[in-house]
Design a protein around this ligand. Structure first.
Ligand SMILES: NC(=O)c1ccc[n+]([C@@H]2O[C@H](COP(=O)([O-])OP(=O)(O)OC[C@H]3O[C@@H](n4cnc5c(N)ncnc54)[C@H](OP(=O)(O)O)[C@@H]3O)[C@@H](O)[C@H]2O)c1
Length: 335
């Protein structure tokens, strides 16, 4: 049994990590921490875990955490992870960070979009971007995994194969997310009365996930390019739905496009490409799947991608990365 800890266990992604890890046959949760809800049994904070997990949720103490486990998930806000990860890495522990702190190769881009200078450039260089469909071999050898953002996961999976084959141009990603994407400590914009029966657009030209999408797509395709990315807030608990509008750079029939997707994802346990029809959010909620579908009309292509932001967009993908890293079956604990 591999001993694992969840730092930031009471957040939305932390709670989801705990739920999934309890059911995983190869690991045992040995450490949980939070900032405000501390010193209490985890099953008292979240009664759904009664009888399933008897562990106190601690106030983070790095030394006792270090003695308790082999691998740590950091489900922390950005700016906090890079203060904590170095202690674990120094003691040769494995770290899977769910925040944005280790996702960018370039600390200047990080500073521009997260408004703070990066404080752990040494480990930033060693971090591996944890998108298994494109970085599986690197993930196997990583000690620090930067788990991708939720919008980037579905955006990159939706377009990377076609971009790499030089098939897409003039790309616009119209993205919509459920409210859990914003974390558990809600503020006014996430008040029920404001959200219910409402739909809002936010950060249309400056969302912090745009540079992440561009950096990873450039690394995957070996080309620099641009695209438009516009996020919206849906009055739903969870889920991300993206619609990609683009033009085909060459004349292709539907079946040829399907073949391209198939050549990338046929063996992937968590990407399902629809031969006909478009995917729906409901079919992926509670799962680690990313479902993709597309329609073609002349030289226009529309692609739809859906994921559960808390699973394939965060905690499920983190466990998929852990499985690869530790040599478990990739879908262990996620089926
Ligand atoms: N939500 C999503 O859909 C999603 C998807 C992909 C990635 N992410 C990323 O994953 C990370 C966690 O997201 P989340 O939605 O789970 O956030 P969250 O709900 O706000 O939870 C954050 C957790 O970190 C703890 N924490 C906050 N500040 C801390 C500090 N200074 N020291 C120790 N613990 C601290 C919190 O404890 P208290 O509650 O006690 O303060 C809580 O347990 C974020 O970086 C987020 O960007 C989130």
């Amino acid at each position: 049994m591999v001993k694992v800890g969840v730092i930031g266990a009471t957040g939305f992604t932390g709670e989801e990590l705990v739920r999934l890890l309890i059911a995983h046959p190869g690991v045992k949760i040995t450490y949980l921490s939070a900032k405000l809800d501390k010193g209490l049994p985890f099953s008292e904070i979240f009664p759904k875990f009664k009888g399933k997990l008897e562990l106190i949720c601690e106030s983070l103490d790095v030394n006792s955490a270090l003695n308790s486990g082999d691998l740590f998930f950091l489900a922390l806000p950005h700016r906090v992870s890079f203060q904590i990860a170095p202690f674990f890495l120094e003691k040769k522990k494995l770290v899977i960070d769910l925040s944005a702190d280790y996702r960018f190769k370039d600390p200047i881009v990080y500073k521009k979009f997260y408004k703070i200078a990066h404080q752990d450039k040494k480990n930033l260089k060693k971090a591996v971007y944890g998108l298994p469909e494109f970085y599986r071999e690197k993930i196997k050898r990583a000690r620090l995994i930067a788990n991708p953002g939720c919008y980037p996961t579905v955006s990159i999976l939706s377009i990377a194969p076609l971009l790499r084959e030089g098939v897409l141009k003039n790309i616009v990603i119209d993205a919509k997310s459920g409210v859990s994407g914003a974390g558990r400590r809600a503020y006014l914009d996430f008040h029920y009365v404001h959200l219910s029966q409402n739909l809002t657009c936010y950060k249309p030209f400056g969302h912090q996930h745009l540079p992440e999408i561009l950096e990873v797509l450039s690394a995957i395709t070996g080309k620099k390019f641009n695209l438009r990315f516009t996020p919206h807030l849906l009055p739903l608990e969870r889920g991300i739905f993206i619609t990609v509008y683009a033009q085909l750079a060459k004349k292709l029939r539907r079946v040829q496009i399907y073949k391209i997707y198939k050549s990338y994802y046929e063996e992937e346990p968590f990407v399902r490409v629809f031969k006909e029809g478009l995917p729906q959010l409901k079919e992926v909620i509670g799962t680690n799947f990313c479902d993709l579908g597309f329609e073609v009309s002349g030289d226009n292509i529309l692609i739809v991608g859906v994921i559960d932001n808390l699973i394939k967009g965060a905690s499920g993908q983190a466990i998929q990365n852990m499985n690869i890293l530790l040599g478990f079956k990739e879908s262990e604990g996620l089926e």
